[in-house]
Design a protein around this ligand. Structure first.
Ligand code: GTP
Ligand code: SPV
Ligand code: MN
Length: 609
């Protein structure tokens, strides 16, 4: 075995050998995160046409990668929760009997590493010193996955050491070592031939194991991210009394407010988390001393801290952010984040300058290839050059407004939680829920339009409770209960819960709210509410801002438009109630009584029935 001396014997060594027997690689390499080894991987990836090295002067240590055109987003239809019973997975997940799933996965992946290298990536999600960190080992045959994991997770000698210290019993009783469980997550990834018909992303919560075949893309293949840090972690959170959430974490510093206030916001995939988490403020705000600090842009682990409050930490080490439409007005901080040590996936290649380009950046290149590597020019082409789900993979430490608390093993204490979906009508720009239970009700009722982050049609309105529809690893109705239980434990210390909608459209189908950096105006109201500086206006769905309490100074929006963003259309809400009712019916008998009560209260408030 190649450089596996770190694991000379024991549970991990045995497991690796079992998987080796199944996948039959030509050689094995332990990924240790060292600079030397990493640059060797990059050279190898360039040689194999997996990466294109970009202009070192303009984009130092940056690379372009193109995926198989059939493999460009998460595939929810091929994502499975293989828990012991279908009831454990619940009504919103695809369930697969673990034994049957495993036998299919074994069949597909058997000998698929032939003439290939098996990379062993020991990784840590979260700060390694933190008692909340979760360790895993991902086995993969994809250098793109190796290099992406090196950015998105912590991979270094300390992780290897910690894994070795983990004493435990993990029975490798079956032929391929796929049974039993461990306190670290066993992640197996096989590229196979990226056949979409045989693509499966399977989670085994009872075995602390993930097995993914036939996709090399993002959330399907970087198994520390959505698979571990959300799907499996949500199950761990349920068992251990914490929450794994699809949320950004950010700090807001403003004049007149003591210290920095931290908030979490949960928006579905492709609905603005990265933009929001590192928003660049309008000049009148920066001039007045406002600052935004990014702690995380996609995933938050929330725990009850020693002081009884809710604390959030970002388990990730990097950003896997959307490129398309990211520009210097909407998100200049993302552009700076992706200026070095970055892998770009499925964007335009500017051949003259040997850089990358996407819609939103300055003048399009003349001599270019599109995301599939075909000749492309903005002038002569009807279609965009980049894929709508094109992404940058960059270390979060590149972010110019990274919070000093990012590394804090305890995380940051959260004062407010925001839920938000992409809704062209109905949902107001912002409102505050009356209490935790009402907030949980609104989270459970969240609906949003689908985006390119997941395969299938975009713009389809669907229920996406807590933005976790594709990421909750167990019965979503039990997950609602877990949220209620957390609130009960938090009591008075519970953060306030708000709802926002940045995507309401006018009659011409244009977004009404300017969004992006101007979203600070919403945060300002939230902080005003937290500090009791302004009153909210009672409405059937919660507390709305008085129109005069949203600062629209130097903002190109009329009072009338702002009013339309804050109006409550009871007719539409009546339809929404029907949707919530039908959705709860679909979710079945586990939906908590307290939420059904909330629905009844709302029904009674809305006059048209
Ligand atoms: P994932 O990484 O898939 O989880 O996406 P995300 O939630 O981080 O979304 P992101 O910030 O990448 O934004 C997705 C898209 O929404 C981008 O193309 C943005 O242009 C758009 N967007 C983000 N914020 C706003 C906003 O405030 N207003 C409007 N109109 N669009 C926005
Ligand atoms: C999302 O879809 O929510 C993402 C991208 O952040 S992926 O990592 O592919 O899930
Ligand atoms: Mn996401």
């Amino acid at each position: 075995m190649h450089n596996l001396q770190e694991f000379q014997s024991g549970v991990i060594y045995n497991w690796i050998n079992c998987i080796k027997k199944l996948l039959n690689p030509q050689d094995i390499i332990l990924v240790d995160g060292s600079e030397n080894q990493t640059s060797g991987f990059k050279e190898e990836a360039i040689k194999k046409n997996i990466l294109i090295k970009l202009n070192e002067d303009l984009l130092p240590n940056c690379y372009l990668h193109r995926s198989n055109p059939n493999d460009v987003a998460r595939v929810e239809s091929k994502t499975f929760i293989c828990s012991d019973t279908k009831q454990d997975a619940g009504p919103t997940n695809n369930w697969w009997n673990p034994k049957e799933a495993l036998s299919k996965l074994i069949n597909i992946s058997k000998n698929s590493y032939k003439n290939r290298i098996m990379y062993i990536i020991p990784f840590c999600m979260g700060q390694i010193e933190s008692k909340f960190a979760k360790l895993g080992i991902e086995i993969t045959d994809s250098l793109y996955v190796v290099l992406s994991m090196l950015t998105m997770a912590k991979v270094n000698k300390k992780v290897i050491k910690k894994l070795k210290e983990l004493e435990e019993i993990h029975e490798n009783s079956d032929e391929f070592g796929l049974s039993g469980t461990a306190s670290w997550t066993r992640c197996i990834h096989a590229s196979c031939n990226t056949d979409p018909d045989n693509r499966y992303i399977c989670h085994f919560p009872q075995n602390n194991m993930i097995f993914s075949v036939n996709s090399n893309y993002g959330g399907n293949a970087l198994l520390g991210k959505k698979c571990l840090a959300l799907r499996l972690a949500s199950v761990m959170g349920k068992n251990e009394g914490w929450l794994a959430e699809h949320m950004l974490i950010m700090g807001i510093q403003r004049p007149g407010t003591q210290g920095i206030k931290y908030i979490c916001a949960s928006f579905p995939s492709g609905c603005g988390k990265t933009n929001f988490a590192m928003m660049a403020l309008p000049e009148i705000y920066t001039k007045n001393g406002y600052k935004i600090w990014c702690v995380g842009d996609d995933i938050a682990w929330l725990r009850i801290g020693k002081n009884g409050g809710l604390w959030a930490a970002n388990p990730e080490n990097g950003c896997f952010g959307v490129c398309a439409d990211t520009d210097k007005i909407t998100n200049p901080n993302a552009l700076v984040t992706a200026r070095e040590n970055t892998i770009f996936t499925n964007v335009v290649h500017d051949k003259t300058r040997n850089t990358v380009w996407w819609t939103g950046l300055d003048a399009p290149p003349d001599d270019a290839t599109d995301w599939q590597g075909l000749p492309w020019s903005a002038k002569n082409s009807q279609t965009r050059g980049e894929h709508p789900n094109s992404r940058f993979t960059a270390p979060i430490t590149n972010c110019p407004c990274l919070s000093a608390e990012y590394n804090n093993p305890e995380g940051v204490q959260i004062s407010a939680i925001i839920f938000g979906g992409k809704r062209s009508e109905l949902m107001p720009l912002i409102f505050q829920t009356s209490d935790w239970i009402h907030g949980v009700f609104m989270g459970s009722a969240l609906r949003s339009e689908t985006t390119p982050a997941t395969d299938g049609k975009t713009g389809i309105l669907r229920n996406d409770p807590f933005s976790m529809l594709p990421f909750c690893g167990y019965n979503i109705a039990d997950y609602f209960q877990h949220w209620l239980d957390m609130g009960r434990t938090l009591g008075e210390k519970a953060p306030k819960i708000f709802n926002i909608n940045l995507f309401k459209r006018d009659k011409n189908n244009e977004f009404i709210w300017p969004g992006f950096g101007e979203n600070i105006r919403i945060l300002d109201w939230i902080l005003d509410r937290l500090e009791s500086k302004v009153d909210g206006k009672k409405s059937v769905i919660g507390l709305l801002p008085d129109i005069n309490n949203i600062n629209i100074q130097e903002l190109n929006i009329s009072k009338k438009n702002l009013e339309s963003l804050l109006e409550i259309d009871e007719k539409l809400w009546n339809q929404e109630l029907n949707n919530i009712q039908n959705y709860y019916n679909k979710l079945g008998e586990n939906v908590p009584e307290e939420l059904i009560n909330q629905l009844e209260i709302l029904k009674s408030k809305i006059k048209i029935n």
